[in-house]
Design a protein around this ligand. Structure first.
Ligand code: COA
Length: 372
């Protein structure tokens, strides 16, 4: 058995930013137009009027202040409320591949290796652009990697589940160098016209390079252990897929985007994650004081505050549990990897931390890492 190490990470942050104020202005303009167009039905009580959104609510409920997106003009157009994502021909790189490759190049540069050393590419994301061929295989070809590649989807836990998969293959020797890439085009599966969730998501791509530890050239984190768990729930759901497509007579396609019962998710996922992390730490012989950092999934600030407090048994000190959701919003599987990539450079040899993501499924994935 070999030891696996994380030797590089990369984050591709789209240049376009939507602030809460811009988002709320567009949403409220859309709501006003909708209410004016349906004034008679609303007056008769046949249709509920659309309520305004608010910046104060968004910050208080989530901690989110802005999000990066591939295209803001489409999202902020009250007559559209959906990004302009140019359909690619079959001869062009897919959008996921394009932003994924950028994040991978950064991660490979940090690891100090060229792409021809990579013998596994896992494209792990909550929505994949097409059914097949796998986007991962396209990425494998674009970067010039060898070996094999495949897509996987465990929603917001896709990155940590991907890291476990890659680390296990490195441990057994079936691969030597792996890339787990998370191109999350969340703007394409968010209903920007739904006040309850229009503020939640942002776009990004992250990549993590994993290698046999003996091959690591520079600073790296040993993957001490990984743990994945799932419990079925309908509280976060997206029905897009071939069975739903077949019901083409239905004009209501709302369920083919992100749907959630946010309050239930909040209540049910917290104990699941806290217990999962506590058990993982106990099995590793780690106590709270051994941990230098928690890189948590980035969906909601109060959720992270709660989990941090539960895991550490006290309020996390500033910097101990870095949040990036105020700048990126929820970027699905990429969130904990952005936090890790941006807030791990200062750790010292021997320092321990946990990357933990959670979300639809329900799913929870944790990775205990130690700075070499
Ligand atoms: N602007 C203003 N008010 C809003 C609003 C908006 N955009 N959206 C909802 N509200 C109002 C509601 O109408 C409701 O008002 P009422 O009490 O008068 O009925 C009130 O705010 C509370 O709504 P609720 O949906 O219960 O809010 P919340 O405080 O639970 O926050 C979430 C909503 C989604 C931010 C929160 O539940 C959450 O983050 N849950 C976990 C989400 C998660 O992790 N999902 C995983 C995704 S991968």
């Amino acid at each position: 058995m070999y030891r696996a190490a994380i030797t590089g990470t990369g984050v591709l942050t789209p240049s376009e930013v939507i602030t809460n104020a811009e988002l709320v202005a567009a949403f409220n303009a859309y709501a006003d137009k909708y209410n004016a167009a349906h004034a008679a039905e609303i007056e008769a009580g046949d249709l509920p009027a659309k309520a305004h959104s608010s910046v104060d609510f968004i910050v208080a409920a989530s901690g989110i202040e802005q999000r990066h997106v591939i295209d803001k003009t489409g999202v902020l157009d009250p007559d559209r409320m959906y990004p302009h994502l140019r359909a690619r021909t079959d001869e062009e790189p897919s959008l996921m591949a394009e932003i994924g490759v950028d994040a991978i190049n950064t991660a490979l540069a940090q690891a100090g290796i060229s792409a021809d050393k990579v013998d596994l590419v896992i494209c792990a994301a909550s929505n994949i652009e097409r059914a097949y061929p796998a986007v991962a295989v396209e990425i494998q070809q674009l970067i010039g990697a060898g070996g094999f590649a495949f897509d996987m989807n465990v929603a917001c836990s896709s990155a940590t589940f991907g890291i476990q998969t890659a680390a296990d293959m490195i441990r057994t020797g079936s691969v030597r160098t792996a890339v787990v890439v998370n191109p999350e085009i969340t703007s394409a599966h968010l209903e920007w016209r739904d006040r309850d969730c229009h503020f939640i998501f942002g776009d990004v791509a992250t990549a993590t390079v994993l290698q046999r530890e003996d091959d690591a050239k520079g600073d790296h984190f040993i993957v001490r252990s990984t743990r994945c768990a799932t419990v079925f729930s309908n509280n976060i759901r997206n029905n897009a897929g071939f069975m739903r497509m077949a019901r083409d007579q239905m004009d209501d396609r709302r369920d083919m985007q992100f749907m959630q019962n946010g309050r239930k998710v909040f209540k049910e996922v917290l104990p699941l994650v806290s217990q999962h992390m506590a058990e993982h730490m106990a099995d590793e012989g780690i106590v709270a004081d051994d941990l230098k950092r928690l890189w948590l999934h980035q969906a909601n600030k109060s959720m992270n505050d709660y989990i941090g407090k539960k895991v550490l048994g006290r309020d996390p000190a500033p910097g101990e549990q870095p949040n990036i959701l105020q700048d990126y919003a929820n970027t699905s599987s990429a969130g904990s990897i952005i936090a890790f990539a941006q807030h791990s450079g200062d750790l010292k040899s021997g320092d321990l931390g946990i990357i933990c993501s959670f979300g639809a499924g329900y799913s929870v994935g944790s990775v205990v890492v130690q700075k070499a």
